[in-house]
Write a protein that binds this ligand. Sequence first.
Ligand SMILES: Cc1cc2nc3c(=O)[nH]c(=O)nc-3n(C[C@H](O)[C@H](O)[C@H](O)COP(=O)(O)OP(=O)(O)OC[C@H]3O[C@@H](n4cnc5c(N)ncnc54)[C@H](O)[C@@H]3O)c2cc1C
Length: 500
Amino acid sequence: MSKKIIIIGGGMAGLSAGAYLQMNGFNTEIFEMNGVPGGVCTSWKRGEYTVDWCIHWLVGSGSSDSFYARWSELIDMADIEVVDHAEYAVVEDETGNRFHIYTDLNRLEDEMMAISPVDFPKIREFIDTCKNLVHLEMPNEQSMEVANLWFKMKWLWKMLPYFGVFGKYSRISTVDYAQEFKNPLLRKAIANLFEPEIPILFCMMTLAWMHKKAAGYPIGGSMNFARRIADRFEALGGKIHYNCRVEKIGVENGRATGIQLADGATHPADYVVSAADGHSTLFDMLGGKFTSPKFEEFYRRGDTFPSLVFVALGIGRSFHATPHSYLFPLKSAFRIDPKTELKDLYIRTHNFDPTLAPFGKTLVSTMIETRNWEYWVDLQRNDPTRYQAEKQRIADTLINILEDKLGNVRDLVEMTDVTTPATIIGFTNNWKGSFEGWLLTPDTGFTQLPSTLPGLERFYMCGHWVAVGGGLPTAMMSGRNAAQLICAQERQRFSIQERV
Ligand SMILES: Cc1cc2nc3c(=O)[nH]c(=O)nc-3n(C[C@H](O)[C@H](O)[C@H](O)COP(=O)(O)OP(=O)(O)OC[C@H]3O[C@@H](n4cnc5c(N)ncnc54)[C@H](O)[C@@H]3O)c2cc1C
C-alpha cells in the first residue's frame, strides 16, 4: 500500500509538494485552514470586481527560463495568456520628471543615459550585469540535497561564470547600490525597485527575467493561477481538506506520526510535510521541541518581509493613460498607522487584465508596507469600530490622492476593499503578517534553510519560511524539493508524470 503523507497548508508550496508526491505514487492529503487554495497567492470577488492581491510578475511565465519547464510539469503554461509589460514601473519626482523603468534593457539604458549622462559608468555597469544575467540558466531539475554528482557538476559548470557577479551584487543592498548613482531620480527609481534591504542582485535578476519575457503577469490573476495547481493536485488523486486548521504535529520516538486539528480530530500519516507558517510550525505545532541553530538564528534576527495594508478600488473608468505601476510623490504625508507614513505612493492600475473589472472599468490597488503588525492586530481585536474607521480613513485618503493626481476618480469609485496585517495573519497565519516569509538580505545571501529538523524523522518543511526570499517559483520549487527528499528517503526514483 502506498505511504500516506499529510501536508499542512495549501499555498503554492503545499500544492506543489502534493502534486509531485502524487506523481510519485504517494497518498497525499492537504489540510488547509482556509476554504480556498493558494495561501497568499489569492484574489477575491467584491461585487463586479476581482481584487487581485498577489502576482505582479511570475518568474517562469515564458519558455526562455528553466522555471517555465518546472511550472509546465504541473500545469499547461501554454494555456495561460501572459502580459509582458513594456515598463516595470514609472517613477516620478517632485517636479513631475518621469523615469520609465523599461523591461527592455537596451531601452532602459537609453532612458537612464538620457536622464543622467554623468552616471554613464554606473549605468553601463548596471545594464551590463543585467544583460549578463539574461543568459543565466540555473539548473533546477534536482534538489541539491539529493542531487547526484553529474547534476552537481552541471550546476557548477553553468554557475561558475556567475560566481563573481553573485559574490559582488548579493553583498550590497538595493538602497545602498542606489546611492552610487548621482542623479536623484535614478537613485529613487533604483532604491524602489523592490525591498530596500534586498540585494541589488535580486532586482538585476528580475530585470533580466523581464527582458527575456520570463517574468510576466498571467491573465486571470492570482487565484486563477493557484487553482490550476490545486486542480492538477486533485486530478492526480490528491485530496484537500479545507477549513481544517492543524494545531499539533504528532511525534512518537522522534518520528512525525500525524496531525491533530483544532477540533481535536487526529489523522495519522507516514510522513508530515509542513508548508504552513514556519513560526507556528516550530513553536506551536511542534511545541518548540525541535529546532536547529540556523532556524534559531533566523527567528532571533527576525528579518521578514514586511506586512501590508492593501487597498483596492473599483473605479468606473479606464486608466490606459496611467502607468500600470506608478510611483509618485505625495503633496503631504499619508499616515498609515502610528509608525508608518508615506511620502511617495506606488499604485497599480490593472487595465492590463480585463478579467478583474467589467468592460471600461478598472481595478486600482496599492500595496503599502508596514512593520507595525501588532498595532493592527490589537486594533482589530480590541477596538473593532476604530479598526473599521481606520480602514475607511485610509481608503478615503487614497481616493483623495488619486482624485488630485489623476482626476475623475472620486465620483466613480464603485468598490473599496482594505486589508491589513491583521487580515494577513487571520488568513494565512504568516508570522508578523509577513507577505513573503524571510527577507533576502546581504547578510542572509541566497541561503535556504534546511527542510528537515534534527531529531525529527519523517518530517519536512517547505515554502517561503525555508526558501529565503520567498516568491511563487521558490515556494513551488521548495515543495518539489520536499517531494524529492521523501522519494530519496523511500529509495525510489523521483519522476514526473506527464499531463494528460
Ligand atoms: C501582496 C503579495 C504580492 C506578491 N507578489 C508576488 C509576485 O509578484 N511574484 C511572486 O513570485 N511572489 C509574490 N508574492 C509572494 C508569494 O506569493 C509567496 O512567497 C508564496 O505564494 C508563498 O507560498 P507558500 O505556500 O510558501 O506560503 P503561503 O501562501 O503562506 O501558504 C501557507 C498556507 O498554509 C496555511 N496554513 C497556515 N497555518 C495553517 C494551519 N495551522 N493549518 C492549516 N493550514 C495552515 C495557510 O492558510 C496558507 O494557505 C507576493 C505575496 C503577496 C502577499
